[in-house]
Design a protein around this ligand. Structure first.
Ligand SMILES: [Mn+2]
Length: 346
């Protein structure tokens, strides 16, 4: 533009509207630890563009704080991140701050949620897409399929498999489109790449982008080789769990030092012969334990709800599904957690 006094005047008068148009950012905050979270972020990216912000449960509120401070934020999608008694009120407060600024918010999830919190979020006009019977990606697909490619159905089917929800009404229909073995191996390879790259945020973003671009896991370089290495580590884990696992009356448990707790927990469950398995790993820099919990098919209590209550009582946080959940427990309280959890399972 030629700079004339006229243009300068015009620029001045449009200053207020210019400030408004500074709000340009579209962000998807999603769960980085599993296929459902990464796949949700990929489909939101395909449908709406924008950037993905991938977090784990301990990092969830910190990331939200940075978003609350971001004046450029225009639209926020929050995927596959369940709330707990510890953080739900602060979450509502943050959503209130963002809504006051006119940020459009969509919350998509399938974890157990306090009905009181749902009501408060709905009152703030947060768009709630919440169904405990379908994984998050399947819900994202179902809601926004008009903006998505056919490949997105495949990504959603993979997420359903890894969240043990491929037998649900919508999830099972999506899986039927594909050869079952093809979907299973793709979902599994994707999972091993996600789990093995938890400390590599750039890779997780790259994976999200490739999925959003319509790539299959086998088209992304080295995914199968990487999965093979992860499988080898898991085989070593079986031997370690056999040796190091301990039991109480109602659960098996083990402290993990050299791998993720979530990779070991299914072995603790299976090899202990109990209906509940617990694996935990210290986060040295945070003074906490990251805890993973799994229940067997015959476990008939809602583990996510029990863990949410108990973790909150002990000054931590937690929650999740009936047979798969997690918690963050302050280091000195870990023994009490195991003892009390065992009691509550009676
Ligand atoms: Mn999920």
């Amino acid at each position: 533009m030629v700079f004339t006094p006229m243009a300068a005047k015009k620029a001045k008068t449009t200053k207020t509207t210019k400030k408004k148009s500074l709000k340009t950012k579209i962000i998807c905050l999603s769960h980085k630890e599993d296929c459902d979270g990464i796949s949700s972020a990929a489909l939101i990216r395909q449908a709406f563009g924008g950037d993905s912000l991938l977090v784990d449960y301990p990092g969830q509120m910190e990331a939200l704080e940075s978003l609350v401070a971001d004046e450029k934020l225009k639209a926020l999608y929050i995927c596959d991140l369940g709330l707990s008694k510890k953080n739900q009120d602060q979450f509502v407060e943050m959503m209130g701050t963002l809504r006051k600024r006119g940020v459009s918010i969509t919350y998509i999830d399938h974890h157990d949620i306090d009905p009181k919190i749902t009501k408060q979020l709905e009152k703030l006009k947060v768009k709630m897409i919440h169904d405990i019977n379908e994984c998050t990606t399947v819900q994202v697909y179902n809601k926004f399929k008009s903006k998505l490619t056919d490949h997105a159905a495949f990504v959603a089917a993979c997420a359903a498999i890894t969240d043990y929800m491929e037998d649900r009404p919508i999830g099972s229909k999506l899986l039927q489109i594909y050869d079952r073995q093809f979907a299973l191996i793709s979902a599994t390879v994707m999972t091993y790449n996600i789990v093995g790259h938890q400390k590599d945020p750039d890779y997780l973003l790259y994976l999200t982008e490739e999925l959003a671009d319509g790539k299959y896991p086998h088209e992304i370089p080295n995914t199968y080789e990487f999965a093979q290495i992860q499988v080898g580590k898991l085989a070593e884990m079986i031997a370690k769990v056999k040796k190091g696992m301990k039991t109480m009356k109602n659960l098996g448990y083990m402290e993990i030092t050299d791998a993720g707790a979530s990779g070991a927990v299914n072995f603790v469950l299976g090899l202990s012969g109990k209906d509940v398995g617990v694996a935990f790993k210290e986060r040295v820099d945070h003074g906490i334990y990251a805890v993973s919990v799994r229940g067997s098919k015959s476990c008939n209590v809602h583990l996510g709800k029990i863990v949410n209550d108990l973790a909150t009582e002990l000054g931590g946080s937690g929650g999740g599904h009936d047979k798969a959940c997690g918690a963050v427990i302050p280091k000195p309280k870990m023994k009490s957690f195991l003892k009390e959890f065992n009691k509550k399972l009676n």
